[in-house]
Design a protein around this ligand. Structure first.
Ligand code: PRX
Length: 637
């Protein structure tokens, strides 16, 4: 197992070592894992193509590192606790031994359906134990999982399945989320009409809803498992074989399939989990993220399970049946480590302090934050009310593409500064650059955040289109990985993440590409064009503001168009991408070459027209006046 850093002096020493001798440093970490064959070379890399390979020619299976490596000491220790949406339903606890058996059964069932090494498997499941079981079963047989968050629409699911040509989909008849009951299978049915690569849909019965089963294609979960052995020998994989694809939004085009490979992801997931959270034997760790997002992949499933931890997965939402739900779970299982997103904290602040103060949170030792900058008010509430001032808050900065946490305090070790992600983990070499790509040296500076050296969890490619990976992350600045975030480095060398500098909006900690939302809005038959920007939102961090121009509308059409647009975006992408504000406007501010000046729209959406800058280069400057007049916020001039 990875040995944890235990003091600031040790952090500095490991950091130095990781920069001076990265290969030696990571070899030492990787040696604590179970390899079928050791690597020939620790690292091969260039950021030009890019081509990054960790633990070259090493052979392993990540699930042997979760199970065979942990079982001798943890067979009867609880690996996974499942807390259902409805608190009246019974929880499920699976020990490492029980989880292993379930993973082996599903692995064998997948094989029986003809799924093998390298095949892609779509997983579109609620937050139920079958989700991590299916994920690990894929890894066991060398299939590549592509998990799609079960809040995405049929169109989004279809795009993802088709992009990576998935052979099989694992899903459920329905799901419970708060007081909602979503008919998941009907969404799948709609998607699969246009997914020729899918041979079978395996359907778990989660709700009581009757559904339509397509003869020859659909198989009930229990039938899928029938007659299958619970013993399975792990497929021997190469360190650089693909572990999973996870789709994420960027500034242009459709979401891209971020591709992670086995060896590097594994080493980095456990290393970062142990060090950031400082997990100790007997602790109970609760990450509130859905496994459909990267946080759930790395820090609900893989990281904690590799580390032999006890990890809680929660099916529901923080407000159901009431706003005390998270804290009830903390009390029920005596949670020691709690990891959530600032948007959830802000939503709970708005519900009042009593929901927290009335609960017993004395088991808590470490609090975590992820997904977006945590504002000082939320930080203080989290620290004072939840942590009672005695639990360090780890503000963890990272991305789908980074595979694991890159900049974060180590709990109880790194000094904290509210709203600062603080210092890079060993092996992580951040730089700030100006728009021309010149590295900004020294402290008390601000710039675009890049990485100048690979860490083991770094993105390897974008599925099916390697050049997209190069263009998106490695072409903006030569020889650097560009994160898309701006950051500040203060007088102590601590990093504060300032947010996206590209056309990605961080809504409730989820990445939404403005181009994607615009494409959806533009599909409305009456819409001529649209421009989408983010604006400050008290709960979500950023809200979605859509400026839309339409053809001439009758009064009746005018009365319904906003709702139609919202419904369309929800149908084409999913409810998380619904615009919060829609402003119908006769025109959009454009340069003479036809480029939309989003900077101006962003300022107006923020309610600040005092610093619009030079608008004289616009094709028609009067458009700006019209937009300010019709703005859905008070605009200060
Ligand atoms: O803008 C940063 C923000 O979330 C983006 C990554 O989004 P995603 O790939 O969906 O992964 C989210 C979970 C890791 C980043 O580019 N972000 C993430 N964590 C933080 C953050 N912004 C500020 N502080 C953070 N701790």
């Amino acid at each position: 197992m990875i040995k944890k850093i235990s003091s600031m002096a040790e952090y500095h020493q490991q950091y130095q070592e990781s920069v001076q001798d990265p290969e030696g440093f990571w070899a030492k970490q990787a040696e604590t894992f179970m390899w079928q064959k050791k690597w020939d070379k620790v690292l091969d890399w260039n950021f030009k193509e890019p081509n990054v390979k960790w633990f070259v020619n090493g052979k392993l299976n990540i699930t042997e590192n979760i199970f065979e490596r942990n079982l001798p000491t943890r067979r009867d220790q609880v690996a996974l606790i499942w807390e259902p949406n409805d608190p009246k339903e019974k929880e499920i606890k699976l020990t490492y031994g029980q989880l292993f058996e379930k993973v082996c059964v599903v692995a064998n069932a997948l094989k029986k359906q003809g799924v093998g090494k390298g095949d892609r498997v779509a997983i579109y499941l609620p937050m139920v134990p079958e989700l991590p079981i299916a994920m690990l079963a894929c890894a066991r047989i060398g299939a590549v999982h592509s998990i799609v968050f079960a809040g995405f629409s049929a169109t989004s699911l279809m795009d993802r399945i088709n992009d990576s040509q998935c052979k099989i989909i694992l899903t459920a008849n329905g799901l419970f989320r708060g007081n909602k009951n979503v008919a998941l299978k009907s969404i799948v049915d709609e998607a699969l009409v246009n997914c020729p690569s899918i041979e079978h849909a395996i359907v778990l019965r989660r709700t009581g809803d009757p559904i339509n089963m397509v003869e020859g294609r659909d198989i009930w979960w229990e039938d899928f498992l029938k007659g299958v052995s619970n013993e399975n020998t792990a497929e021997v994989m190469d360190s650089e074989d693909t572990l999973f694809i996870l789709y994420t939004s960027g500034s242009t085009g459709k979401p891209k399939g971020v591709l992670h490979t086995i060896g590097g992801f594994m080493v980095y997931a456990e290393y970062s989990f142990m060090n950031v959270f400082q997990y100790n034997e007997g602790d109970v760790y609760f990450c509130t993220a859905d496994i459909g997002w990267i946080t759930g992949h790395s820090y609900l499933a893989y990281g904690p399970l590799l580390a032999g931890a006890t990890s809680i997965m929660f099916e529901g939402v923080p407000s159901y049946p009431d706003a005390g739900r998270f804290w009830d779970i903390v009390d029920k299982y005596k949670v020691t480590h709690f990891y959530t997103a600032p948007t959830a904290i802000r939503a709970l602040i708005a519900m009042g302090d009593d929901w927290v103060t009335s609960k017993d949170l004395s088991s808590l030792k470490v609090l975590g934050s992820v997904g977006e900058p945590i504002n000082e008010e939320a930080w203080k509430w989290y620290n004072d009310l939840v942590g009672k001032g005695r639990c360090p808050i780890v503000d963890t900065w990272w991305q789908t593409e980074t595979g694991g946490i890159l900049i974060s305090p180590l709990a109880g070790i790194t000094p904290l500064k509210p709203s600062y992600a603080t210092l890079p983990l060993p092996g992580v070499q951040p730089v700030l650059v100006d728009p021309e790509g010149n590295v900004i040296e020294g402290n008390n500076v601000q710039g675009n955040l890049c990485m100048k050296f690979p860490w083991p969890g770094i993105i390897r490619s974008t599925y099916g289109d390697h050049d997209r990976c190069r263009v998106n992350y490695f072409a903006t600045y030569e020889n650097l990985y560009f994160t898309g975030d701006g950051a500040k480095r203060d007088e102590d060398g601590f990093y504060r993440i300032l947010g996206r500098v590209d056309d990605v909006i961080n809504v409730s900690g989820h990445r939404i590409g403005t181009a994607e939302v615009e494409d959806a809005i533009n599909q409305h038959p009456k819409v001529v064009e649209s421009a989408v920007v983010g604006y400050p939102h008290p709960i979500k961090g950023a809200g979605i503001y859509a400026y839309v121009t339409t053809e001439h509308l009758t009064d009746d059409q005018l009365a319904t168009i906003e709702k139609e647009i919202v419904d369309l975006v929800s149908k084409l992408i999913g409810p998380i991408a619904k615009p919060d504000k829609i402003q119908l406007t006769p025109g959009l501010p454009k340069t003479r070459s036809g480029k939309i000046m989003r900077r101006i729209l962003r300022k107006i959406g923020e309610g600040d027209a005092s610093s619009l800058g030079d608008t004289s280069t616009l094709l028609d400057p009067s458009v700006v006046e019209d937009i300010i007049k019709g703005a859905k916020v008070d605009v200060k001039r």
